[in-house]
Design a protein around this ligand. Structure first.
Ligand SMILES: Cc1cc2nc3c(=O)[nH]c(=O)nc-3n(C[C@H](O)[C@H](O)[C@H](O)COP(=O)(O)OP(=O)(O)OC[C@H]3O[C@@H](n4cnc5c(N)ncnc54)[C@H](O)[C@@H]3O)c2cc1C
Length: 413
């Protein structure tokens, strides 16, 4: 039996690795293996770094198991990642109860309200709120002050221009899954030396053709780039799929957001010890992620910093040239004390389809692995295990699940 897997991201590679034990599998990839988890190699200093910041959580059981299977457990490290918020050029750490109490831009009663909301989120049935807008939901439940001063900057940083479309169900589900907090902050994991190692090991022995795949139905079979296959597992973004096939397969019109991320090597850092800084004031980026305040500076020999933002494929930010963006980023960095003389290099990475927008009614758009077209399967960011947050763990899990479904349908087990 021959199976074509479209996309060599974590979903596609995981699926191909499992299915490859029972079938002849070929993966088609239009860009780089690893997809959104692919990395940039700094040849001058000799290190790999993800194009888009990545970390993992203690409850990412499928990711942790895969790391073990690929004999990379020795590289997995867990650290407290400190966070903060920048207001008018000043950075406030927000980790310990004391730091939160001292933060001057939130009333005490709102801090208490927020703490209660977080604790209660776990017990609530978020599905009931799928058709409620996030702004409306927060305003009704927590009031205007918390909405404007706390949630809006976070939502804008996470969803860019799309924040108003998001459903309240997403926020409730999202708050309830974040539970690795310790007294001094949240514990996050990383593969020392970069997730590139995971991608390389996962891709070992997998047959990958680097080309943009077009899929056509050919009787009972499928034609992909001139070759015949009995089944196709599609793991690329839904908008990149041929409209006709998408309609025949009964797939939804899911809207995606885009990511725009600057990656910077610098002689100076922005703070001593804060990994993630959200920006309260409007800027062309919503968050500063200082990787070398999470992982060891010595591993890189310079400060490694991301400036992260989200847009849409049609959005102004996504369509601004990288040259222009680099200049804008350098100018903004001056507000944080980083002059152009301290910057060793800067690269801008963009992903046109970096995740679905969890808009109102999104729960009805989550895709099943089987589609209406026999032999055509869909897995990845729109699968059940990637809600409420698309993640490495969710994509690995959907790669495993879709492989099982294909094996079941074709009697391979
Ligand atoms: C900015 C950012 C930060 C993130 N941070 C984290 C994090 O900290 N922790 C975490 O767990 N997750 C994080 N994620 C999410 C994580 O990266 C993704 O959930 C996961 O990598 C998605 O894998 P995938 O295989 O489902 O999709 P993708 O990685 O999108 O893979 C799909 C692949 O299909 C290819 N493709 C598209 N069209 C075609 C075509 N026609 N033919 C052939 N190939 C095609 C693409 O090039 C791509 O390689 C982050 C994502 C982003 C964007």
């Amino acid at each position: 039996m021959r199976v074509a897997v479209i996309g060599a991201g974590l979903t596609g590679l995981t699926c191909a690795r499992l299915l490859g034990e029972y079938a002849d599998v070929k993966v088609f990839e239009s860009e780089s293996a690893g997809g959104l988890l692919s990395s940039y190699y700094n040849s001058e200093r000799g290190y790999w770094i993800e194009k888009f910041y990545h970390h993992c959580f203690r409850n990412d059981e499928h990711l942790i198991e895969l790391i073990r299977d690929l004999r990379l457990s020795g590289k997995l490290v867990w650290r407290i990642a400190r966070t903060g918020v920048a207001v008018d050029g000043r950075i406030y750490p927000l980790n310990t109860p004391f730091e939160i109490l001292r933060y001057p831009y939130m009333r005490l009663m709102d801090k208490v309200r927020l703490a209660r909301f977080t604790l209660r989120a776990k017990k609530r049935n978020f599905i009931d709120f799928d058709d409620v807008g996030v702004v409306e939901g927060i305003r009704d439940e927590l009031g205007d002050e918390l909405l404007n001063d706390f949630f809006l900057p976070l939502l804008k940083s996470k969803f860019g221009e799309n924040y108003e479309r998001v459903s309240y169900a997403w926020l409730l589900a999202r708050v309830s899954i974040r539970s690795n907090r310790r007294y001094s902050g949240e514990e996050l994991g990383y593969l020392k030396g970069g997730f590139q190692q995971l991608v390389e090991r996962l891709a070992e022995g997998v047959d990958i053709a680097f080309s943009k795949a077009a899929i056509a139905k050919a009787g009972e079979k499928f034609a992909v780039m001139g070759e015949r296959f009995d089944a196709v597992v599609y793991t690329a973004p839904l908008p990149a799929l041929d409209r006709e096939l998408r309609r025949a397969a009964g797939l939804p019109e899911t809207k995606y957001q885009s990511s725009v991320c600057a990656l910077i090597g610098a002689e100076e850092g922005i703070t001593e010890d804060i990994y993630w800084i959200n920006l309260k004031n409007p800027s062309i980026f919503g968050a500063i992620i200082e990787h070398t305040n999470f992982m060891d500076f010595e591993d890189y020999g310079e400060h490694v910093i991301y400036l992260a933002s989200y847009s849409t494929p049609e959005g102004q930010l996504f369509n601004t040239s990288n040259d222009k963006l680099e200049k804008l980023y350098m100018k903004e960095l001056e507000r944080f004390g980083i002059g152009s003389e301290s910057i060793n290099w800067i690269r801008v990475f963009k992903a046109r389809f970096s995740g679905p927008i969890y808009e109102k009614g999104y729960l009805r758009k989550i895709t099943d692995y089987r589609t209406r077209v026999k032999g055509f399967y869909v897995a990845g960011m729109t699968s059940r295990h990637n809600y409420p947050e698309r993640s490495m763990n969710g994509s690995i899990r959907s790669g495993i699940e879709v492989a099982k479904v294909v094996m079941e349908d074709f009697g391979l087990v």
